[in-house]
Design a protein. Sequence first.
Length: 223
Amino acid sequence: MEIKVLKDIFASNESRAEEIRTLLKEKKVYMIDLMSSPGSGKTTLLDRIIGSLKNRYRIAVIEGDIETTRDAEKLAGHDIPIIQIETSLFGGDCHLESSWIRKCLDGFDLDALDLVIIENIGNLVCPAEFELGDDERIVVLSVTEGEDKPVKYPLMFNSSHTLLLNKIDLLPHLDYDVNEVMENVKRANPKMTVFRTSAKSGEGIDEFVAHLAGNIEKKKRAR
Ligand SMILES: Nc1nc2c(ncn2[C@@H]2O[C@H](COP(=O)(O)OP(=O)(O)OP(=O)(O)O)[C@@H](O)[C@H]2O)c(=O)[nH]1
Ligand SMILES: [Mg+2]
């Protein structure tokens, strides 16, 4: 009985995600889902990425947190549409679900957008289980979190397309083996595209922004 209920939750989430995929295909809007453990640098990266892209593309952001509108406030200076989901208002879930994303999309003028960015709730487990109807799942892993995370949290790494290995400006101060983490990434997901970034120094951001711009253009041209 319990298993049936759980299956129903995932099935309904998946069917709403499929609706979102159809809608965004029709509107030619690219959507990314940025996931990581708390504090890996999602919002700081977004600040730089939005800064680089906003003159070329029309961007909106969906911010997910359990409590507070802090991340939305950090990005408010970009003067783009932002909707904050605070899950504490309806149960305090540690992930976002496709029905909430659908509601947020209703709050945007999709005809006037090229890119929707979702910042998922800081958590390396639950967000990976819920499809949101996005085009690209991006996981951020900072170098202060250890080399073993891709093999300890395989679903997050296996179900993502792209990895941002962030906070590389800290490498000189750490005993961190980049080759080892890359081996673990390969083991979890041999197809993962990897960018090494520092949201602090800006290193690697141009390369990632070029990748994202290429994908936005591809979606615009797709029939
Ligand atoms: N040195 C360094 N610090 C960084 C970098 N990126 C983010 N930080 C710092 O890491 C801390 C957390 O960054 P956030 O951007 O808030 O992380 P987050 O993933 O959005 O956090 P949650 O939304 O709470 O999950 C902040 O103090 C940032 O200044 C980086 O590349 N290098
Ligand atoms: Mg954040």
